[in-house]
Write a protein that binds this ligand. Structure first.
Ligand code: SF4
Length: 862
């Protein structure tokens, strides 16, 4: 084992990165070696056990905890580790598999051992149900009493150093905008769980010598601060922050291959990136960075809110946010702070003590006495309140949580570190949409292992080929509830969601709540009627277009204006949209950098969707999807809603930070996002004639109606002039389209059809030709996302089909003529949605679970 490990370590050292953490099998072999350690290997063996085994509820942690417990109890001997040393090492394991052993050791007859166990538990935060056991024991056991007192006094926090008055760093600046794809490139998605390896790809396209520069700057002897004009836009991937912290953070004792801390300064820092930085113990600061340049040595004064240069001159000022940020940094991150603070509060409450003043508590915003917006009411309900004002720090209940396959393995690792053996969130979904079509060996391993990891904790796991996370997760939503997901496009069309990085998603799934600083809301009000040839996707693009006309949004990155940034977009005025259509609008709020979105829909629309989704979930149970009880519980809750349907509404005097009216009567032609920025919206006529090499119809922005409409445009029109990729969002869409003969039309046109999933949208699998001009229905057109050097337009499926047909962007006349002839007369038939309850026998399609073995509603106790 050692030989193999050393060889592996040597290979990794050549890349400048540490070896992978030990797995369960290696840890078991290591423990065997430690029982009889060869003299020359002693130090190394001890180091491996201490520093290279992942903590929490990793399988390797289970082996390590068992071994150390046996030594502590005298059941096995190890010349290198004393009984007390074993307890000490158990105390470094953060929580999870070490906790029960430490609680048992409090009762040891050897008082030294019991005292050591008390010391270890006093610093352990992830104790969950063991809290009650220690509390009960504290009546008769002085060591347990010591633990409860230490929790109540917040020793775990007091033992950590405060953030210093001044922090001197060397600047590493990436000018302009850095999105998460620059920091964690999609083509390297499969290496994300391997943080050091993945971090080697950071900035590979944006700044190829960036990592070398960071290494040189470190030689100046100060920590390096990451500085940018706009930092962390784009997807929610936590791997972006993991990579940044790998290069600028510090090691976490006893946690292999992960770093925390670090300083990130940005003119604008995207909200999800800001949150993941907070979660990871970094100090993100929004401030003017124009006077900061690579190589500068600067001093951050966190308490005074200023940055000085070497001459002592103030070159930037800032206000820290949120109020609790310095506590978060001291605790090692927002998540440890929340868990630790809750433990201290709980201990004090049970001891009858006043709440401690040790922590900075979030301040409540002033109550204006006005009404609440829809989002404020939904979050309020999830907090047990009538409403929640913007600026309130709260912890709403997370009813639904989503996780996809490129972030799922990281979420799994975070869940292990949180010592999670069962989800408290009512429904947690894991999907395989990003890697199913062209899996690498590491993806196949994920496809095999992740479903069990989630379903044994009460989550629901989809299967490769089923389709896109959102197209499924939306079908499991309950009206007026709150959720999150490890994908930036988790933008519920029912209820509200706040997408997050994998650390926070794991927290939400494990604890069933999520920390939230309630954002402000911007109201987008639709008036008028859709004009001929204009689709809902054009309305998606009309939102930034109107904002731009009003000076509330700019495209340039320097001093960028974006009224939506970090806010909730609340949409009204299209109540009769189907939920599938409504998602087009909410999905795209990710591109506006909104933290969340709501859309007001009618009860009829929502009821129709839920009736369909109940049948889909019944079919999932019949097909053997797990965890069946979770699905059944969700079905029961949907039926409860249908029995008494009601939806929340914004109060008439609700307060919005801004209101933007989009008058549909004024949108008379398609609007596209031109290369290469989703905010770079233009009228189609401004782009007419531009050659289009490739066309992609797919992504979570599409629904079945789009494919029918696109096929209608292509039907009978002969071979197309562009390369055409077609990828429906789910296997149900694919099945239905095949049955309707739509696939036959795509085949005749020469289209390439892909397995349902993310396909070209993600860009980690299939890619367009280098430097191609592309028209795509997908979500975002960041540089190099779909293909190296690709110029990408974003717009409707109808316009995509016309582009494929003509090989160019059409004129308004060309486009309107085609739509008038091919689409308008058939609208009623084309834009129909998947109502599974209306498909005969759908519940039983693919049944593998006999009727008699189906779980019963009574069993789930709803
Ligand atoms: S289709 Fe695109 S935007 Fe949607 S989940 Fe997949 S990669 Fe993300």
């Amino acid at each position: 084992m050692l030989q193999e490990y050393r060889q592996h370590a040597a290979e990794r050292a050549q890349l400048g990165i540490p070896p992978l953490p030990l797995n369960a099998q290696q840890t078991a072999q290591l423990c065997e070696l430690l029982k009889n350690p060869p003299e020359a290997e002693k130090e190394e063996l001890l180091m491996l056990l201490r520093d290279r085994v992942p903590p929490g509820v990793d399988e390797a942690a289970y082996v390590k905890a068992g071994f150390l417990t046996a030594i502590a109890k005298g059941e096995i001997e190890c010349s290198l580790i004393s009984h007390q040393g074993a307890v000490d090492l158990l105390g470094t394991m953060i929580g999870g598999y070490n906790v029960q052993s430490l609680v048992d050791l409090l009762k040891s007859r050897d008082s030294n051992l019991a005292a050591e166990a008390a010391n270890a538990l006093s610093k352990t935060l992830l104790v969950f149900d063991a809290f009650n056991e220690v509390l009960a024991l504290s009546d008769i056991n002085p060591h347990a009493k010591q633990v409860v007192d230490a929790w109540a006094e917040g020793d775990w926090f007091l033992n950590k150093p405060k953030v210093p008055e001044t922090i001197t760093v060397t600047v590493f600046k990436v000018p302009g905008e850095t999105n998460t794809d620059d920091l964690s490139p999609a083509p390297h998605a499969t290496t994300r769980p391997d943080i050091p390896l993945h971090a080697l790809a950071m900035l590979e396209s944006k700044m190829p010598d960036g990592l070398q520069t960071i290494a040189q700057l470190k030689a100046k002897g100060h920590p390096v601060a990451y500085v940018g004009d706009v930092v962390g836009t784009g997807s929610s991937r936590k791997s972006a922050i993991n990579s940044v912290l790998w290069h600028i953070g510090h090691d976490i004792p006893f946690v292999p291959n992960k770093r925390a801390g670090g300083y990130i300064l940005g003119g604008k820092i995207a909200p999800i990136f800001f949150n993941t930085a907070e979660d990871s113990g970094a100090l993100p600061i929004e401030c003017d960075v124009t006077k900061l340049n690579t190589g500068d040595i600067i001093t951050i004064h966190p308490y005074e809110g200023k940055i000085t240069n070497e001459a002592g001159e103030t070159i930037s000022t800032f206000q820290l946010k949120p109020d609790t940020i310095l506590d978060e940094v001291r605790a090692g991150g927002r998540i440890p702070l929340l868990i630790g603070r809750a433990l201290t509060d709980k201990a004090r409450q049970t001891l009858g003590l006043e709440p401690t003043s040790l922590f900075v508590r979030p301040s409540l915003p002033e109550d204006t006495g006005k009404g609440f917006t829809l989002a404020q009411k939904m979050v309020g309900k999830a907090c047990g309140l009538e409403g929640v004002r913007p600026g309130t720090s709260c912890e709403p209940i997370m009813t639904t949580v989503g996780s996809q396959d490129t972030t799922g393995p990281m979420t799994r690792d975070e869940l292990k570190e949180l010592a999670c053996l069962g989800f408290n969130a009512d429904l947690t979904l894991q999907t395989f949409c990003h890697t199913a079509a062209y899996p690498k060996p590491v993806d196949i391993k994920t496809h095999k292992e992740l479903p069990d990891f989630f379903s044994t904790r009460g989550g629901v796991a989809l299967r490769p080929g089923d389709g896109i996370i959102h197209s499924w997760l939306n079908r499991m939503l309950l009206p007026d509830t709150v959720g999150t997901g490890g994908d930036s496009h988790t933008r519920f069309p029912l209820g509200i969601s706040f997408p997050a990085g994998s650390g926070l998603v794991a927290f939400a799934a494990a604890l069933g709540v999520m920390p939230l600083d309630m954002p402000e809301s911007v109201l987008v009000k639709f008036t008028g009627e859709l004009q001929p040839g204009v689709t809902l996707r054009d309305i998606v693009n009309a939102i930034p277009w109107v904002a731009m006309q009003q000076g509330k949004l700019t495209v340039g990155k320097e001093n960028k204006i974006n009224v939506f940034n970090g806010r909730i977009m609340e949409m009204e005025g299209l109540p009769d949209l189907k939920v599938e259509q409504a998602f087009e609008l909410t999905d795209a709020t990710a591109e506006r950098s909104c933290s969340g979105s709501t859309i007001k829909l009618s009860e009829e629309t929502v009821a129709e969707y839920l009736r369909s989704n109940i049948v889909l979930m019944k079919n999932m149970i019949a097909r053997g999807y797990q965890d069946a009880r979770t699905l059944l519980r969700r079905i029961a809750k949907m039926e409860q809603w249908l029995a008494n349907p009601s939806l929340m509404s914004a109060d008439p005097d609700a307060e919005y930070v801004d209101t933007i009216e989009v008058n549909l009567n004024e949108i008379k032609e398609p609007i596209v996002a031109a290369p290469n920025d989703p905010d770079n919206v233009k009228l189609m006529s401004e782009c007419a004639g531009d050659k289009v090499d490739e066309v992609f119809i797919g992504s979570c922005m599409t629904n079945i109606g789009h494919y029918r409409a696109a096929a209608k445009i292509l039907e009978g029109a002969g071979r197309i002039k562009s390369v055409l990729w077609v990828c429906p969002p789910t296997r149900m869409d694919e099945q239905q389209l095949r049955e309707e003969g739509v696939y036959g039309i795509f085949a005749a046109a020469g289209a390439r059809t892909e397995m349902p999933g993310c396909s070209l949208c993600m860009g980690n699998q299939a890619r367009v030709e280098d430097n191609a001009t592309v028209f795509s229905t997908s979500t975002r057109n960041f540089n190099n996302r779909m293909g190296k050097g690709a110029r990408v337009y974003l717009g409707s499926a109808e316009l995509a089909a016309v582009c494929a047909l003509l090989g160019k962007m059409p004129t308004v006349e060309e486009y309107l003529a085609i739509v008038a002839e091919k689409v308008d007369p058939f609208k009623g038939d084309l834009y129909r949605y998947l109502n599974f309850n209306e498909i005969e026998g759908f519940e039983n399609f693919g049944r593998v679970v006999p009727e008699s073995e189906m779980p019963k509603l009574e069993e789930v106790g709803v």
